[in-house]
Design a protein around this ligand. Sequence first.
Ligand SMILES: Cc1ncc(C[n+]2csc(CCOP(=O)(O)OP(=O)(O)O)c2C)c(N)n1
Ligand code: SF4
Length: 282
Amino acid sequence: MSDHDQAQVHCVLSSKEFSSGAHPVWCPGCGDFGVLAALERGLAKHGRLPHEVVLVSGIGCSSRLPGYMSTYGFHGVHGRALAVASGLKLARPDLEVISVGGDGDGYSIGGNHFIHACRRNIDMLYVVMDNRVYGMTKGQPSPTTEPDWNCDIAPGGIGLRQFNPLAVAITAGANFVARGFSGDPNGLADMIVEGLRWPGFAFIEVMSPCITFRPEQTAWKKQVRPATPSIEPNRAAAAAAALTDNDLSIGVLYRGERAPIAPPAQPQITIGDIEQKFVVGV
Ligand SMILES: Cc1ncc(C[n+]2csc(CCOP(=O)(O)OP(=O)(O)O)c2C)c(N)n1
Ligand code: SF4
């Protein structure tokens, strides 16, 4: 039995052991607290030890999350979390790699990386805390903002069609696609465990209200409902369901059967090789 299997059998950690103890600077009532709780509970259930897990984020209120957990963390640059996470997972396939961030980080500046992470299908989990706004920079519209949402920089609304992350993920090739809600941390924790255990690229879009710039999102608590009956693993049907969905259904929409990218059996090139080739004077 491998070290990892043994850890899974013997390790019974509490969710508290995944907390760094640092107090989040998020506004009281921010949905991201629920996502943090769900990740702590999910990882405790999953059975990997904190030092076997790496959380990678970009920039935004939501991207601060790795600092609040006891796992390894990498708080990188805006929109580049998936690029870092992909390289890390290929170099260290033994680690549990989870990328986290916001809708601005993941669907605007990081949109290109999102599409290609789905296409590459590397075995990792991506959790987006979607509040349909740029929270950290004080309330600008994001790709998932409703066209008629009135705000200072777009009076009367931005007037643009919303980006549909679930449909994009399914059609681009992600192997597990779900929507969760921060107000249901136990349900979200179970979804996280399932995403972690499903082979390939697992994507969970989480409705996570921004209490400060989108206070009307507190209504989500009463509006969310279970997703329509499972239609997986039919990618075309799942994509059609995601396109016709009204953004308020939570559950797993797609479980695919694509084999994840296998990491190279041994490094093709070493740092020494690169230095020989490119570094002047070596
Ligand atoms: C290259 C670059 N461009 C712009 C910014 C400014 N910026 C910081 S966070 C952010 C958007 C954050 O929105 P989101 O990812 O939705 O996270 P939230 O704060 O809502 O959790 C922007 C535009 C930046 N830090 N770096
Ligand atoms: S501004 Fe919004 S997203 Fe940022 S911490 Fe406050 S409630 Fe959360």
